[in-house]
Design a protein around this ligand. Structure first.
Ligand code: C5P
Length: 231
């Protein structure tokens, strides 16, 4: 692969879950491990890209140096950091599994067990990819993920269009080695012109190579277009 389009490119990657507090000892979150996002970040870093990871709480042994990782807990924190770093980015990769909801209020003290049901009021979290799409700069590339259990293709396409992704990675969630917690993943890469690239089941680290190669192709095409417009 010709890695030159990635050299020194400023690439922001959101990764892992977010965690939304209920009280000082409890939270809402999801099963994301962050493996996919970190695998992409590590490969990009090895190719000489200027990588910044905005990471929710994960338990990952990474080869990335600490100064390229900003740790956050909540979706609001992830949004603030991604907005700040994203302003000067060439590429933003939204691989985080952001919690869709947060508590309307966070209890100051541990909520006591009570008779009967406990009702917690939830309000929507910001959609980080959608917020960043509003500030998308000309030439900036946004990559999204979609994890669907049904109607994968149409759902992924509508997400891509709403959030202005240049391409979307559709995760095939099944119990045959693909999805949260597995070291392997089966994905389809869907372009904004609706071209679909099918990838077979492989290690997340190998899927990361496919995604980065696809991204390199987009950057190369953008550079060629720029050169031709200046010719
Ligand atoms: O709508 P859905 O959550 O399936 O969209 C998935 C894509 O949007 C992923 O790329 C994910 O990182 C991003 N996203 C986000 N902020 C949210 C929800 C999703 O950045 N609050």
């Amino acid at each position: 692969m010709n890695s030159s389009p990635l050299q020194s490119k400023r690439i922001i990657i959101t990764a892992g879950p977010t965690r939304e507090a209920i009280d000082p000892v409890r939270f809402i979150s999801n099963h994301s491990t962050g493996k996919m996002g970190y695998a992409i970040a590590e490969y990009l870093y090895s190719l000489g890209a200027d990588v910044q990871v905005v990471s929710g709480p994960v338990h990952i042994k990474t080869t990335l140096p600490p100064h390229v990782i900003t740790n956050v807990i909540t979706a609001d924190e992830m949004l603030a950091v991604t907005q700040e770093l994203g302003a000067t980015a060439d590429v933003i990769i939204f691989s985080a599994a952001v919690a869709d909801y947060k508590c309307a209020t966070i209890a100051n003290q541990k909520i006591k067990k009570q008779e009967g049901a406990l009702h917690i009021s939830l309000v929507p979290n910001p959609d980080i990819a959608f917020e960043l799409s509003k500030a998308k700069q000309p030439g900036q590339i946004h990559v999204g993920f979609a994890l669907e259990t049904e109607n994968g293709l149409p759902n992924a396409v509508s997400k891509m269009q709403r959030k202005k992704f240049d391409f979307v990675v559709l995760n095939i969630q099944d119990n045959n080695g693909s999805g949260f917690g597995f070291d392997t993943n089966r994905v389809k890469l869907i372009d904004s012109d609706m071209a679909v690239t099918d990838c077979e089941l492989k290690l997340k680290k190998e899927v990361a190579v496919d995604i980065v190669n696809h991204l390199a192709g987009k950057l190369q095409a953008a550079e060629t277009r720029k050169e031709m417009s200046h010719a």
